[in-house]
Design a protein around this ligand. Structure first.
Ligand code: ATP
Length: 501
């Protein structure tokens, strides 16, 4: 799907036109990088959250959920390192006055070379029969050179970020001759660090320290509740705590629709393990999380792992699950082995012991942690963009269809009277009222039947049920499937069992 700008624009427009996502505060011209979920969007989003919650909490005996507050004691963010180090390197172009993330400018440069490689591969694929892509990538001189450049720039970027070398980062941008996409010039300011946390005031702290932060991640709410959950839930290591909730980051460059927002939602799970066993569990969760994604049926090719070269100071292993968005492969989920960093820091800053007593070894220790962290909104975008298709039908007409995984679809079934006479509308209403008790169901009698099918295709409804004159005679209806557009009859009393999710 790589770098398909046209397609991406269409998906964004579709999300608005069909009631999935609206820009926030639109009648006041919007608010950058903030979005509202609309009537279908909220259903899809809730279904994504439920799919995650079931897989993590319901299906795992040793994982429980919590819902901690967004406001937390400000010391938490000192302990976690967010006050001093949750920064992005920022650079301005002096001509366009546009602001960029310096590391992203270099990443975009790398992406452009990757696009060139992909183009070469696509061309060669068409030219040769029995094309061996791996061999081609290893032997074609141009591709080899491109790849060398990518590897070189990637590892230099990783080192500069690791060393916090802001001067070096600027030098790299100059050396690679990266220009501002707006002004086209290379007239750059110095690179500066910018803290991403939103601060606000709270009136009730006795010590007068009244600045608090909107949480930039949900994870810390889990760590500070570790002891409470472990004691009250009688949990035994290894065990996990899961949470879904809002997070806030003052992102420097907010773009790509709901991929990078200033207010977003995360689904995070922290898994507490015995020290020394963390890499085993890291690999376990890497596999588990990939399986979870693949079970949605959006294809193996849509995902890849990206192991981190630059590890955060507290991590001893980290990988991203990247998704093939219309703008290329980008992070969808992070899986991190965070050692005992977070709990140890909270021990230090709170003065409370955050230890687990292991009855098997008779030892007390600070558990190690594996984190899985995925953005609800990025997941939403991955599902939406993968599902969108403009399909040319046999008669030459085009239908826009969302092939959403049925279990995530906002509306599961629509009930449509073929025409509004001979009691069909009443019958269809009766059926819709019956189905509504089991699943999200919509009744629609307006416009010709073909147009009504198209409306349901556009919001991804997997099934339409049509009431026609035969229904009035033998109590059967037609089921029409969204993807195949096949139609078949079933008895009304078999209807609920016939609709599969
Ligand atoms: P990126 O490098 O893209 O900024 P990150 O590495 O900072 O992401 P994490 O801190 O690991 O992200 O957050 C975990 C997950 O939360 C990410 O994988 C992503 O799905 C989601 N996420 C992070 N920042 C945003 C954002 N600004 N908008 C939407 N989702 C986000």
């Amino acid at each position: 799907m790589a770098n398909n700008e046209e397609l991406f624009k269409k998906i964004v427009a579709h999300a608005k036109e069909y009631g999935f996502i609206f820009p926030s505060s639109e009648i006041y011209d919007g608010l950058a990088a903030v979005y509202d979920y609309a009537q279908y969007g909220v259903e899809l989003k809730n279904n994504i959250k439920q799919y995650w919650w079931k897989a993590m909490v319901q299906y795992h005996e040793n994982i429980v959920g919590i819902d901690s507050a967004i406001f937390m004691h400000p010391k938490i963010w000192e302990a976690s390192g967010h006050v001093s180090a949750f920064n992005d390197p920022l650079i301005d172009n002096k001509d366009s006055k546009k602001r960029y993330r310096a590391d992203v400018l270099v990443e975009d440069y790398i992406q452009k070379i990757e696009d060139k490689i992909n183009k070469e591969v696509e061309k060669a694929k068409k030219r040769f029969e029995n094309f061996d892509e791996t061999l081609y990538r290893q032997t074609n001189q141009r591709v080899v050179d491109y790849q060398k450049k990518i590897d070189d720039v990637s590892s230099r970027l990783a080192k500069l970020l690791n060393d916090n070398d802001l001067v070096g980062l600027r030098d790299l941008i100059i050396e690679l001759e990266i220009a501002c996409p707006i002004s086209g010039t290379r007239n750059w300011t110095d690179v500066r660090q910018f803290n991403l946390m939103f601060a606000t005031k709270i009136g009730s702290l006795s010590d007068g320290a009244d600045t608090i932060y909107l949480r930039p991640e949900t994870a810390q709410g889990i760590f500070v509740n570790f002891l409470n959950v472990y004691k009250t839930g009688r949990m035994k290591v290894p065990f996990g705590i899961a949470q879904i909730g809002k997070a806030f980051r003052n992102e420097i460059v907010a773009r790509q629709f709901i991929f990078r927002m200033r207010e977003f939602e995360q689904m995070e799970m922290q898994f507490f393990v015995r020290p020394g066993e963390e890499l085993k569990w890291f690999n376990y969760w890497k596999e588990e999380r990939m399986k979870w994604h693949l079970a949605l049926g959006m294809g193996e090719k849509s995902y890849r792992f990206h192991d981190h070269e630059k590890l955060a100071h507290y991590a001893n292993a980290a990988t991203d699950i990247e998704f093939d968005f219309p703008f290329g492969f980008k992070e969808l989920e992070g899986i991190h082995s965070r050692t005992d960093f977070d709990l140890s820091q909270h021990e230090k800053f709170s003065g409370k012991k955050l230890r687990y007593f292991d009855p098997e070894t008779n030892e007390s220790y600070v558990p190690y942690v594996i984190e899985t962290s995925i953005g609800v909104d990025r997941m939403f975008l991955s599902v939406l963009s993968h599902s969108y298709e403009e399909q040319t039908l046999e008669d030459g007409s085009v239908r826009t269809v969302l092939h959403l995984p049925a279990m995530l679809a906002p509306i599961k079934v629509a009930v449509l009277p073929l025409v509004k006479k001979d009691g069909m509308a009443e019958k269809a209403t009766e059926i819709a009222n019956m189905l509504r008790k089991e699943m999200m169901c919509q009744y629609d009698e307006k416009d010709a039947i073909g147009r009504r099918y198209r409306r349901q295709d556009a919001i991804g409804t997997p099934y339409c049920v049509t009431v026609d004159s035969q229904t009035m005679e033998d109590n059967t209806v037609t089921i029409r499937e969204r993807d195949s557009m096949k139609q078949y009859r079933v008895a009304i009393d078999q209807l609920v069992n016939s609709l599969k999710f």
